[in-house]
Unconditional design. Structure first.
Length: 294
């Protein structure tokens, strides 16, 4: 519930930022359209340039309508999770205003995963089959460090899965019987139930470690993607500014300005998406670790 609420909050903030970007883009495109239209009226631009500029205005108007609709859906989703309308003063207008969670600490023990609801549920099913949970944990649960000093997956965690295949490589070590033979029923059905419960427990453990590994993999690379996208936005802003200047001086055609406009808008939207992805992944990490901890 906490992770779902945080995710809905982040989606709303991202779409609000996208809406603000669309409004800013529309204003800029309308200014360009008016300039080109005046140039056309005095014979300094052709009709094709006017129509091309009009397409940019219409695209921005469509983006405004789309993100306005998405914001309404985001608010409905958030209000449903909260059980009441979200207070307006706690909603963020953009992702940049949100304080990011603390950096993942190094050396987090895998034992934190024993608090995950799915693993606890699987253990209760084992208990119902008269299993020794201590023996099951000792045999099937890897006790390793999950994280490195920079918040990425440890080599021990990566070693649990086959390179590129995702195959579980952990070999169970049976030190003591998981089931007490004195409590076993003579019926085959009871033995099958025990086998199913044990398999479900092992599957829950594998799922937990895989989800943590996947989330830490994103955590270790999304920062580089974000840095590259920020650099891209800065470069395209310069290209757009220079292209517009060259068009006004009659050096370049409007096509170069149009291309730069589209690239810049796409790059800015991509930057918002990556910021959302980084924050959403941190929320997911909170969830896959079992809901937090120290």
């Amino acid at each position: 519930m906490i992770a779902a609420t945080a995710g809905a909050y982040l989606n709303l903030a991202a779409d609000r930022e996208n809406l603000n970007l669309a409004k800013t883009t529309l204003q800029s495109q309308e200014d360009v359209y008016r300039i080109i239209n005046r140039r056309y009226q005095v014979g300094l631009a052709n009709e094709l340039d006017v129509k091309r500029s009009q397409t940019q205005v219409d695209t921005a108007r469509g983006d405004i309508a789309r993100f306005t609709q998405q914001i309404a859906l985001d608010e409905n989703a958030l209000n449903l999770l909260l059980g009441s309308p979200a207070p307006a003063d706690v909603l963020s207008a953009n992702l940049s205003d949100i304080l990011e969670p603390q950096i993942v600490s190094s050396g987090i023990s895998s034992e934190i995963l024993l608090n995950r609801p799915d693993i606890l549920a699987a253990e209760h099913r084992l208990k119902a089959s008269n299993a020794n949970i201590g023996a099951a944990r000792a045999a099937l649960f890897p006790r390793i460090s999950l994280t490195t000093g920079v918040g990425t997956a440890s080599s021990e965690l990566g070693g649990l899965f086959g390179s590129g295949s995702g195959t579980w490589n952990f070999a169970p070590v049976i030190i003591m019987p998981i089931f007490d033979a004195r409590l076993w029923s003579a019926y085959d059905a009871a033995n099958i139930e025990r086998t199913i419960a044990l398999t479900q427990y092992e599957k829950a453990i594998q799922t937990a470690f895989k989800e943590v590994s996947d989330t830490l993999a994103v955590n270790g690379t999304v920062g580089d993607q974000l840095s590259a996208q920020e650099s891209l936005v800065n470069a395209v802003e310069i290209i757009y500014s220079r292209s517009a200047m060259r068009y006004r001086k009659g050096i370049d055609s409007y096509l170069s300005v149009l291309d730069a406009q589209r690239t810049l808008n796409s790059a800015r939207q991509g930057l918002i998406s990556l910021r959302l992805a980084r924050l959403a992944n941190q929320v997911r990490l909170y969830a896959v670790l079992g809901g937090g901890g120290e």
